[in-house]
Design a protein around this ligand. Structure first.
Ligand code: DGJ
Length: 755
């Protein structure tokens, strides 16, 4: 049983294959958190709690004189409240009708059911009755009538526990939620560090590891989206944890808007972590009888280091978050015209790229920004989702048919949540733009936000996009969003409800995405927000892949994709081969390296193939074959980070068949040192007793002279020679030497097969 309940003791124990989580309602009705970690027994862990007096940590009136050292300020809780004696960061902050800001939650009852709960209008992990169980624990504040339903989804085999919260106003007066976090987790002991992912446009998800010190530390976004700047995913770990070992907790927020992930190390060196919607732009009114759903957080625990956390999350995202036809189907190799033409193209030029790319084996042509309205630069046109037939030289439908006739599928770019001042849509609906009355709005990329919190705007966009999808054979949509939101105000909301705008915007986005993906299940949607500005598990519920970054430089991408891989699978990371010198960094890298880095993602091209020399075209043909050959490992394999791009000279990763029969290792020299020591990787997974052979991709030596080849092969490390067999144990323990670097930014792909 995944969920074990001792009704008398009000003790709840949740088990997954390797983890246990426990909580208990005490005699006062406080729901105490007792344990989350390695799988253990169901016995009551409340013996561990200390009730030592802590000065200035007050005591609830009800405990009386008898246990006057009882304090909410130090006890570990499942969902903490602001205003009634817990001075730490809290999960819930309510403003009552009388203006007071207090809530005290006490246990009332629980419910349990088979399967995994869903959340209306919000993304959530899904699983069937065989795979998951749900526990709902109901707490109430008897004074205000606030009812809090704590939801726990237990995916036993995946080592995943999800949390979400429903808040109901059962009282007679209106309340305002000023903070409604999705989870609260307390540890009574332990010295922790946490890993968070910071960044900026064109350099997302850099890894930062810091010690949790006394006080509050946080990451979050107030930009309307989850943002390039901090990702709504974090790992909390023991001091000695590393890639392969050590106790780690992973927290991934399924939400694409403003979030706050905060930790506090308190006076007793206890740690609290809270995650939820950012309270800065949040005030949600609940009239009597109304309810509010806080989005979901997915949690996992592993003693196999960061790698263990990543692999648990990768599988859960692939199998229990991504949905629809594209969850299982092989994603097409695509070519996108953005870096090839930017805004300056004709229909003829697009068809010529498509034709050339089709001949190389590319399967999908994506027409990016600039095909609609008056849009030859980023000053105008957003909102006018009507094809510019003059520019295309034909109707969009005709263009799509021409491209399809080349043997390609056709895909199209949209930026539905934005509007240009210079657009017909703005001229006819100026109030649909997000601006504060009486103030000039802040522009970003010369554009404004379209108010997706309003139902009529959502419906307009659903109808407009549906009409295009119905009349044109479209197989793919790139859903972009190229600015952060400020000047938060909606002409569709009353003054008292303006604090709901930011969350309502996200709910509106989710509604539009849900409607379109349901209506057009054959379309593959790729998320994007100026690259990876909205790369979160919430978006992956609607779009199974997201353009990882506007930085397409292979070497910069090593860091971006490395950071992203901590929380998200390769199958979710949009990654393309682009031209050199790279448009963002001016760096020149070999085509092979660009190919391998893009293969650690959904794989595609973003350059003008019509201008490629014949040798490069031949290389592209081979890359596409290689990608297809290893697709099962790349998209569905167990992912291991072997060498970090932040150290040394070589970055390496491995994609392993879960049965241990084969593995694909990719190694990229991101730096070169003179007379350097050999680079060794310890191969992960595989069967210890089995024998393997390591094979280099012969294409990696393409273009070399016979002499160079001979010299290289002579010095090739033991293990690659034809007929040499190495045991899985040796590959794991002793490792495999990566061949030397022969060229700047050289990359190697090594296939390890059981023999
Ligand atoms: C930002 C995206 O990330 C790019 O790939 C491209 O689609 C541009 N927007 C188009 O405006």
């Amino acid at each position: 049983m995944a969920i074990v309940i001792d009704q008398k003791e009000k003790l709840f124990t949740l088990h997954t294959a390797h983890t246990t989580y426990q909580m208990k309602a005490d005699r006062l009705g406080t729901l105490l958190h007792l344990y989350y970690g390695r799988r253990t027994d169901d016995s009551d862990k409340s013996y561990i709690l200390s009730y030592r007096d802590r000065g200035f940590s007050g005591n609830p009136y009800e405990v009386g004189k008898e246990i006057k050292t009882y304090s909410l300020d130090v006890l570990p809780q499942e969902y903490s409240c602001y205003g009634t004696g817990d001075y730490r960061i809290s999960g819930l902050k309510v403003q009552n009708e009388d203006g007071s800001q207090a809530a005290a939650l006490h246990y009332r009852e629980y419910r349990m059911e088979k399967g995994k709960y869903a959340i209306p209008g919000l993304p959530a992990v899904y699983a069937d009755e065989e795979e998951a169980q749900t526990l709902e624990v109901i707490l109430e504040d008897v004074v205000s009538g606030v009812e809090v339903h704590l939801l726990y989804g237990v995916l036993e085999a995946r080592d995943i526990i999800t949390r979400a919260v429903k808040i109901k106003n059962r009282g007679a007066g209106k309340i305002i939620l000023q903070k409604a976090a999705s989870m609260n987790l307390d540890w009574t002991s332990g010295e922790f560090e946490w890993i968070t992912f910071y960044g900026r446009h064109v350099m997302e998800r850099n890894v930062q590891r810091s010690r949790l010190v006394h006080g509050v530390q946080s990451v979050g976004s107030v930009r309307g989206t989850s943002s390039h700047h901090y990702n709504p995913f974090a790992i909390l770990c023991e001091k000695n944890a590393d890639e392969e070992k050590g106790a780690c907790y992973g927290f991934s927020f399924l939400y694409s808007g403003e979030f706050l992930m905060e930790t506090e190390k308190d006076q007793c060196s206890q740690t609290r972590l809270i995650c939820g919607i950012h309270p800065d732009n949040f005030a949600w009114e609940l009239q009597p009888g109304a309810e509010f759903d806080a989005p979901e957080v997915m949690m996992t625990y592993s003693e196999k280091g960061f790698g263990g956390i990543s692999r648990n999350l990768h599988k859960t995202i692939r199998n229990h978050i991504c949905r629809g036809e594209w969850k299982e189907k092989r994603r097409p190799v695509l070519i996108n015209n953005w870096e090839a033409t930017y805004f300056h193209f004709t229909g003829e030029k697009l068809v010529s790229i498509a034709k050339e790319a089709a001949a190389l084996g590319v399967e999908l042509f994506v027409l990016d920004d600039g095909w609609f309205g008056k849009r030859d630069d980023d000053n105008s046109g957003l909102g006018d989702w009507f094809p510019n037939e003059k520019k295309l030289g034909c109707s969009l439908k005709e263009l799509a048919e021409k491209i399809i006739a080349c043997g390609m599928q056709f895909g199209l770019w949209f930026e539905p949540e934005c509007i240009s001042e210079d657009s017909d849509l703005y001229r006819s609906h100026p109030d649909w733009a997000v601006t504060v009355p009486g103030r000039r709005p802040s522009l970003s990329r010369n554009q404004l936000i379209l108010d997706f919190s309003r139902e009529e705007v959502q419906n307009y966009m659903i109808d407009r996009m549906s009409a295009i999808f119905a009349e044109t054979r479209i197989s793919y949509v790139k859903w972009d969003f190229n600015r952060s939101i400020c000047d938060k105000f909606s002409y569709g909301l009353d003054a008292e409800r303006q604090g709901e705008f930011a969350h309502r915007f996200v709910l509106g986005l989710y509604r539009v995405l849900e409607t379109l993906t349901t209506r057009f299940p054959h379309i593959l949607f790729e998320g994007c927000s100026g690259g990876g500005g909205r790369f979160d598990a919430g978006m992956l519920y609607y779009t199974p892949q997201i353009w990882c970054s506007d930085n397409t430089d292979a070497i910069a991408r090593l860091k971006i994709q490395y950071g992203t891989s901590f929380g998200y699978p390769v199958s979710a990371m949009g990654s393309h081969v682009s031209a050199v010198p790279n448009h963002q960094t001016r760096r020149v890298t070999p085509l092979a390296t660009r190919g391998y880095v893009a293969m650690a993602g959904t794989f595609g091209y973003e350059l003008d193939v019509t201008r490629m020399p014949e040798e490069e075209k031949e290389q592209v043909r081979k890359q596409i074959k290689q990608f297809r050959k290893y697709y099962h490992l790349i998209q569905y394999g167990e992912y291991y980070r072997l060498l970090s791009p932040l150290e040394g000279q070589c970055t390496a990763w491995e994609m392993e068949d879960p049965e241990g029969r084969e593995a694909l290792i990719t190694a990229v020299y991101h730096d070169v040192e003179g007379n350097s020591a050999p680079v060794i990787v310890k191969v992960q997974g595989l069967k210890r007793e089995a024998f393997y052979q390591a094979k280099l991709n012969p294409d990696d030596m393409e273009g070399w002279s016979e002499q160079e080849k001979e010299c290289f092969l002579e010095g090739l490390p033991y293990g690659y020679k034809e007929g040499e067999k190495i045991t899985g144990a040796a590959l794991q323990d002793c490792g495999l030497a990566i061949p030397d670097v022969m060229d700047a930014f050289q990359a190697w792909q090594i296939h390890i097969v059981e023999v």
